[in-house]
Ligand binder design. Structure first.
Ligand code: HPA
Length: 273
């Protein structure tokens, strides 16, 4: 079953044929909201609003561990995350849709691992390629199938928030090789990998990052709303196309055939000796 994590501007999926909501408790506390189950294009999915249904939870206060744990607990096998970002790279202006392939983590003091505590062995995961190639390819094919342009490949820099960045911080991130800046990509992606859940993100550029282009003096929060409303309609269509493709491939697959292994699902976990 697919899981969709909706971020700012995507607290509800209108095209979801809702069946039920379920409150899931986890050993790590409560997820951001009750999980919503339903179908899109006849395909089962579970939806979680990262900031809560009323957008009440700030990026640094999200219980990422509970969110990912709950999704795995209810049977999610793949996570499609939608994330709002600022654009750093020149060609990634407001309204651009991007499928990132790398992450730099600038956050601090977030609970970023399931492997902690006296009873847990020290465990390391491979995170060379933080996003699942299978999920990324699914997003790209879905966008192509409906004629939507998406940028393939970008480095997502995750900041702590909730404040936006200074111009100097963005210049530093640019020197580091970041193309996008957001506040929620980590530890979400790493926790998904710890649970061996294939995870990919579709990033929606809401604004030029601080100090860049029309944000050279300030980031206009009013302008963001307009951009996001238009962009989220395109995101919804891409998500629906993802699910349509998965329904079609389920029909095409020979009975009993195994789903393609994803790089992240096969990524080894390493326990320290
Ligand atoms: N910085 C961090 N996160 C964001 C931004 C930004 O400029 N825009 C949307 N999310």
């Amino acid at each position: 079953m697919y899981a969709i994590i909706g971020g700012s501007g995507l607290a509800n999926l209108n095209e979801l044929d809702r069946r039920r909501r379920e409150v899931v408790r986890t050993p790590y506390g409560d997820p951001s909201c009750a999980l919503t189950f339903g179908t899109i294009e006849g395909v089962d999915l579970v939806f979680l609003a990262r900031h809560g249904y009323g957008h009440t939870i700030a990026p640094h206060e999200i219980n990422y561990r509970a969110n990912l744990w709950a999704l795995r607990e209810v049977g999610a096998s793949q996570v499609l995350a939608v994330a709002t970002v600022g654009g750093i790279r020149a060609d990634l202006g407001p309204g651009a849709l991007v499928i990132p392939d790398q992450i730099i983590d600038y956050t601090s003091a977030r609970k970023g691992s399931f492997f902690e505590g006296p009873d847990e062995p020290v465990t390391h995961i491979d995170f060379t390629h933080p996003y699942s190639e299978e999920v990324r390819a699914g997003f790209a094919a879905a966008a192509r199938s409906i004629g939507e342009t998406v940028a393939l490949g970008a480095t997502y820099g995750c900041t702590q928030g909730p404040r936006l960045e200074t111009a100097a911080e963005i210049r530093r991130m640019q020197r580091d090789g970041c193309d996008l800046v957001g506040m929620t990509g980590m530890p979400e992606a790493a926790l998904a990998r710890e649970l061996e859940l294939p995870y990919g993100a579709l990033a929606v550029v809401a604004n030029h990052a601080a100090g860049i282009g029309e944000s050279s003096q300030a980031i206009s929060l009013d302008a963001i709303g307009v951009v996001m409303n238009l962009a989220m309609e395109r995101v919804r269509r891409i998500l629906a196309a993802c699910l349509r493709a998965s329904a079609a491939s389920a029909v095409d697959a020979p009975v009993g055939s195994a789903p393609a292994a994803s790089p992240s699902a096969s990524a080894g976990k390493t326990e320290s000796p």
